[in-house]
Design a protein around this ligand. Structure first.
Ligand code: PMV
Length: 354
């Protein structure tokens, strides 16, 4: 008997230009394009195994060992249905001798090696790994951009985790979502000197989910309308150029400005949403001062902070600055030593002991 099973893993990505707002909540079509860096390290990954078998009575999902409901018409169900449809369309209809495994139910087990829903984009790696494992199970001859169309319907940001390196999610304009997918801006090898530190300020579950937060922002924030029309299109162009030119000053300026505006838009929501806490804000002040001193001494920017829908800081910096940044944070936040049990490097890693 043939065993139809496949395992795939996908890393977390952290946006420099934030996705915040849906123009279609069912298809998950965004109100603006976004751009992220995929953190290609072992520490921040979802690993997912899928199995198809004629004896399975229904699709089932286990997340970190606990069975989760697959709600009919919900996001997980949509991703599974879409992947089965692709298997039929791309493999079984074209090659009638291939087994019709799209007709079998699937059992899916997924593990995150980091806290779920703590502002560390677990839904991004989770849905990207789910779609990737089904793509392997089904031997789908399709591109990561095509898979990103499906991962997007699980969680918007998941579409960007189908690629490594620097990734744009083009918002598209079609009402069926067919042109709202992820594309590679540059591979990781293009700028290996850029590292990321994640300072886990808190690994509590976040207060306002991105889904309800976005909906409220779209409904109530005038600032969001300005952001999506006047601000993001230019930033997308400028940051892509900064990445292609390996221009850290521009990359840092745009990344920090966009994080600030995303949190301003959250504050502009009725009722307001606060994702950062006092430690997050103090880390911002520290990075601002660190850059100010460097620029005053004739140098350039040395680090850039960014925050998603939670209090944890992600700091992008050239590799040579990482050790100094860790020393600074340890010096100014001694009461938060726990912060550093979870500091991860991107593209090679920051070794805290060196
Ligand atoms: O994909 P979601 O629904 O988890 O939303 C992610 C939103 C942010 O992380 C705040 C921004 C982004 O672009 O990843």
């Amino acid at each position: 008997m043939t065993l139809y099973q496949a395992t795939a893993s996908a890393p977390v990505n952290i946006a420099c230009i934030k996705y915040w707002g849906k123009r279609d909540t069912k298809l998950i079509l965004p109100t603006n394009s976004s751009l992220s860096v995929t953190l290609d390290q072992d520490h921040l990954r979802s690993t997912t195994t899928s199995r198809a078998d004629p004896s399975f009575e229904r699709d089932r999902l286990w997340l970190n060992g606990k069975e989760e409901d697959i709600k009919a018409g919900g996001r997980t169900a949509t991703c599974i249905t879409e992947m089965k449809r692709l298997r039929k369309q791309e493999v079984e209809d074209k090659q009638p001798n291939e087994p019709k495994i799209s007709e079998y139910s699937v059992h899916i087990a997924s593990f995150n090696n980091f806290p779920t829903a703590a502002g560390l984009a677990s839904s991004a790696s989770g849905f990207a790994a789910l779609v990737s494992s089904l793509a392997q199970l089904y031997h789908l001859p399709v591109s990561p951009s095509t898979l990103s169309l499906i991962a997007r319907q699980g969680s918007g940001s998941a579409c960007r985790s189908l690629f490594g390196g620097f990734v744009a999610w083009e918002m598209g304009s079609a009402s069926d979502g067919s042109d709202s997918y992820a594309v590679e801006v540059a591979p990781q090898a293009h700028w290996p000197d850029l590292h990321a530190l994640i300072c886990v300020v808190s690994d509590d579950k976040k207060g306002t989910s991105s889904t309800s937060g976005m909906q409220r922002t779209v409904e109530t924030s005038p600032l969001l309308q300005h952001r999506i029309k006047e601000v993001v299109p230019k930033r997308m162009k400028d940051i892509s150029k900064a990445i292609l030119d390996k221009d850290f000053d521009s990359f840092a300026r745009i990344t920090m400005a966009d994080s600030n505006q995303f949190h301003a838009v959250a504050l502009d929501t009725e009722p307001p949403i606060f994702y950062m806490n006092d430690v997050s804000k103090s880390i911002i002040a520290l990075i601002v001062e660190y850059n100010r001193v460097s620029v005053a001494n004739g140098g350039g920017y040395k680090a850039a902070y960014t925050y998603d829908a939670g209090p944890n800081a992600v700091i992008y910096a050239p590799k040579e600055n990482i050790k100094e940044i860790i020393q600074l944070i340890v010096k100014y936040f001694p009461q938060h030593e726990g912060l550093f049990k979870d500091v991860f490097g991107l593209f090679g890693g920051a070794d805290l002991n060196s």
